[in-house]
Write a protein that binds this ligand. Structure first.
Ligand SMILES: [Zn+2]
Length: 313
């Protein structure tokens, strides 16, 4: 989508009312370029504007809600036997996430599992507090449990106390399944972004009762070095082999340098708000997901080449 289209869409949807916290008295867009996609504003331009980040939760499917702050996703999947939370954001947003969960009518105590996409603080930083509030089990890959424990054993930024981290609980291995309330999720280890990225496939979301297959790719790209680049290429290839994905649950509303084609989480959230009966669901977009995976494969292949050149292969 071109930027001018974004701007028109956002203006038409009255974005400041829909997503930003009222109270400042000024529209959320004041002082920013009218052509910048909303997801970029949250992830990049106003990433540290705490009150701005505290957006209202929104229902995306019959059984799926967005309950995170603006820059990092927290997805709540509901089932008749209890609920599953994907990622947890970090301080100072954790109370906001818990309050968003309540706002969509879900008692935090009904959350049975918290699945962590990977061991970066912006995704796991709320897990300890949300685990206490809910009693949920927390799942992550072995390699990233190590990262989480590392983060929890060192002072935070600027000498702040070490971030609170969840105790090592469930360890996810390749191909593990989690069945709950009619959902059977399958986990894949897709390292590269971190050593223990967890990708969840087989999430079934419903739109007016109609089922769609969703995926949550736990993080693409790589940290640096040839081995990581090779890992990230293998992981992108692995994700490409997962068939039938119709919905991409992005871990960030804005990704890499160009967001997500056709709009990230927040743009699609706005389209959903103004959707008319019979319109397609803006999050059901298998073609864009496939393009995105292809692009990630290409980027990873290029990174491998570049790293090979660096080491003189
Ligand atoms: Zn990360």
């Amino acid at each position: 989508m071109r930027n001018s289209t974004y701007a028109m869409m956002l203006a038409a949807a009255g974005v400041s009312v829909l997503f930003a916290r009222a109270g400042s008295g000024s529209p959320a867009f004041a002082g920013q370029s009218a052509t910048e996609p909303l997801s970029k504003t949250y992830r990049v331009t106003r990433a540290d504007d705490v009150e701005f980040q505290k957006i209202e939760p929104f229902k995306v499917f019959d059984n799926l809600y967005y309950v995170g702050p603006g820059y990092v996703s927290v997805w709540l999947l509901t089932t008749p036997e209890g609920n599953i939370l994907f990622d947890t954001a970090q301080e100072p947003y954790v109370d906001h996430v818990i309050s968003n969960i309540r706002k969509v009518g879900v008692d935090p105590k009904t959350i049975k599992y918290i699945v962590l996409s990977h061991g970066h603080l912006d995704h796991f930083g709320g897990a300890a507090k949300i685990q206490e509030a809910s009693g949920a089990r927390v799942a992550a890959a072995e390699e990233d449990w190590k990262m989480i424990e590392q983060v929890g054993s060192h002072p935070g930024r600027g000498g702040a106390p070490a971030p609170r981290v969840p105790k090592r609980d469930m360890t996810v291995k390749e191909g593990d399944r989690l069945a709950l309330g009619g959902q059977t999720l399958t986990f894949h280890l897709t390292p590269g972004h971190t050593p223990g990225v967890v990708t969840t496939e087989g999430i079934t979301v419903y739109d007016g009762g109609k089922p769609y297959r969703a995926i949550l790719w736990g993080g693409s790209g790589y940290r640096g070095g040839l081995a990581d680049a090779e890992q990230s290429l293998q992981s992108a290839d692995k994700v490409a082999q997962i068939q039938g994905v119709q919905v991409n649950l992005q871990i960030h509303s804005w990704a890499e340098d160009n967001g997500y084609p056709g709009g990230g989480v927040l743009e699609r959230g706005l389209m959903l708000k103004s959707r008319k009966p019979g319109d397609p669901h803006p999050f059901v977009d298998p073609a864009t997901f496939r393009q995105w995976v292809k692009r990630s494969q290409d980027n990873a292949a290029r990174a491998v080449q570049e790293e090979e050149q660096k080491v003189g292969r």
